[in-house]
Write a protein that binds this ligand. Structure first.
Ligand SMILES: [Zn+2]
Length: 130
């Protein structure tokens, strides 16, 4: 087992820095203006190599979720959750729920990103707000 750690690359270091500042920014295409997430050197829509960075609201809806009861990482002792959120700007991100777990399905619930300290570094987490 090991710990989870960001693997920063030239394409996503700005995203990791925005998480440290608690204002998530995602890469977007300078030509077609679509978000490019995960960050990549070329736009999958128009093949443009120019990029811009845009802040996102942190608001979104839960698309899927899971609670793991098996240990995969030393810094995530079970049980722990993971969820996919569609941000209101469009991109899908994987994060963790913070705050109380709702009864029943989490799908479709409205969330807002917050920032938590995990193993000495900041990461985003989503709180249900509806
Ligand atoms: Zn593009």
């Amino acid at each position: 087992m090991g710990k989870t750690q960001p693997i920063k690359s030239i394409d996503d270091v700005r995203m990791w820095e925005s998480i440290e500042r608690e204002q998530l920014e995602l890469m977007a295409c300078c030509n077609c203006h679509k978000f490019r997430y995960p960050p990549a050197p070329i736009c999958a829509e128009c093949l443009c190599m120019e990029t811009e960075w845009k802040p996102v609201s942190g608001k979104g809806k839960v698309v899927s979720w899971v609670v793991f009861h098996r240990k995969y990482f030393d810094d995530f002792p079970p049980p722990y959750n993971a969820m996919t959120v569609r941000l209101e700007e469009g991109p899908l991100i994987v994060t963790n729920l913070t705050g109380p777990e709702p009864e029943g399905s989490w799908i479709g619930r409205e969330v807002k990103l917050e920032y938590v300290v995990h193993d000495g570094r900041k990461q985003h987490a989503a709180r249900i707000v509806d």
